[in-house]
Design a protein around this ligand. Structure first.
Ligand code: HEM
Length: 265
C-alpha cells in the first residue's frame, strides 16, 4: 500500500494507471520523462526534415541539413584517444600538484625519446669493441656483459681514471660475478656458481634498465675451448672453493641461462 500523502502521477509505461511520486520511483519517472522529451524532439526533427526534403523535390532553396538532435554520438577510436589524452593530462597535472613533477618524479629511460627510436644495433667483433674503451677522445664508451653491448659514455665511473674504466671495451661478464676486475676481463663463465650467475643477471638488468645507458648491439666471441683452464678467482680462498665446484661439474654442461643466448643478436 502507498502512503496516502504521496502525490500520484501518470504511469508513463501503462496508460490510465497512476503511480506514486515517491523517492524510489523518481529515477524511473525522470528517465521516462527524458525518453518522452527525446521522442518529441526526434519527431519534430523528422517533421522539419520532411518539409526540407519536399522543398528540395520542388527545387526550392533550402538551408544546411540539420542533425538529428537525439542522435547518439558514437565514441569510436577518436573518442577513446581523447579519453586517454585527458587522462594523461589529468595524471600529469596531479603529479605536478602532488609531487611538483609532471612525471611523478620518474626520470627513467621510458620517458626518453631515444628508448622508442629504433637504435643502430651492431654486431661487434672483440677487436672493434676494444676501440670504444674511452681512451680515444671523442668516441663513445662501450662495455659488454654476456654479449650485450651498452653505451655507458654518460657514466663517470667508466671514464679513464674512473673506478670501473677497466670494464670498458670488453665483455668482462665474469668480473661482474666475481669482482676480479683485473683477472676476469672475460666472457668465460665456466665454473661460476648459481649465485654468481645471478649477479650477472642483476648487472644485465641494471644496464638494460638504466636511464643513461643504451644497448648498441652484441659482441660475437669465439667459442671457449673446453680443455682450457677455468680462470682462477683473484681471492685465493674463493679460488679453492671454485676449484672444488668445477671438479664436480658434469663435462659439457653450461651454467644456467646466462651463457645460453651468448651469440644471439
Ligand atoms: C662483485 C663486486 C662488484 C661489482 C661487480 C661492482 C660493479 C659496479 C658497477 C658496474 C658500477 C657502476 C654503476 C654505474 O654504472 O653507475 C659500480 C659502482 C660503484 N661501486 Fe661497485 N661493484 C662491486 C663491488 C664494489 C665494492 C666492494 C665497493 C666498495 C668498496 C663498490 C663501490 C662502488 C661505488 C662507490 C660505485 C659508484 C661509482 C661511481 O659512480 O663513480 N663496488 N659497481
Amino acid at each position: 500500500m502507498e502512503p496516502p500523502s504521496e502525490p500520484k502521477v501518470k504511469d508513463p509505461s501503462i496508460p490510465n494507471r497512476m503511480v506514486s511520486n515517491k523517492t524510489a520511483n523518481r529515477p524511473f519517472l525522470a528517465h521516462k520523462e527524458y525518453q518522452e522529451k527525446q521522442k518529441q524532439l526526434h519527431e519534430a526533427w523528422l517533421e522539419r526534415k520532411k518539409i526540407r526534403d519536399e522543398k528540395i523535390a520542388r527545387g526550392e532553396e533550402v538551408g544546411p541539413e540539420e542533425k538529428d538532435p537525439t542522435a547518439q554520438e558514437e565514441v569510436g577510436v577518436l573518442g577513446l584517444l581523447k579519453f586517454f589524452l585527458y587522462m594523461i593530462i589529468f595524471i600529469a597535472l596531479a603529479g605536478k600538484f602532488i609531487t611538483g613533477s609532471y612525471t611523478w618524479d620518474y626520470q627513467g629511460k621510458w620517458l626518453q625519446l631515444k628508448t622508442y627510436l629504433p637504435g643502430n644495433q651492431r654486431l661487434f667483433s672483440e677487436r672493434l669493441l676494444a676501440e670504444f674503451d674511452g681512451n680515444k677522445p671523442g668516441r663513445p664508451i662501450y662495455l659488454a656483459i654476456d654479449g650485450d653491448v651498452y653505451d655507458v659514455t654518460k657514466g663517470k665511473a667508466y671514464q679513464p681514471g674512473g673506478s670501473y674504466h677497466i670494464l670498458t671495451g670488453v665483455d668482462a661478464a665474469r668480473a661482474f660475478a666475481t669482482g676480479c676486475f683485473k683477472d676476469h676481463r672475460t666472457y668465460d663463465l665456466r665454473g661460476l656458481s648459481d649465485k654468481e650467475l645471478d649477479s650477472i643477471d642483476h648487472w644485465k638488468k641494471f644496464y638494460s634498465e638504466h636511464k643513461d645507458y643504451f644497448k648498441v648491439g652484441r659482441v660475437s666471441h669465439p667459442p671457449i675451448d673446453p680443455a682450457s683452464p677455468i680462470p682462477e678467482h683473484c681471492d685465493p680462498k674463493k679460488a679453492a672453493k671454485s676449484q672444488q665446484v668445477s671438479n664436480k661439474e658434469i663435462p659439457g654442461k653450461q651454467p644456467k641461462d646466462a651463457q645460453k643466448d651468448r651469440n644471439e643478436l
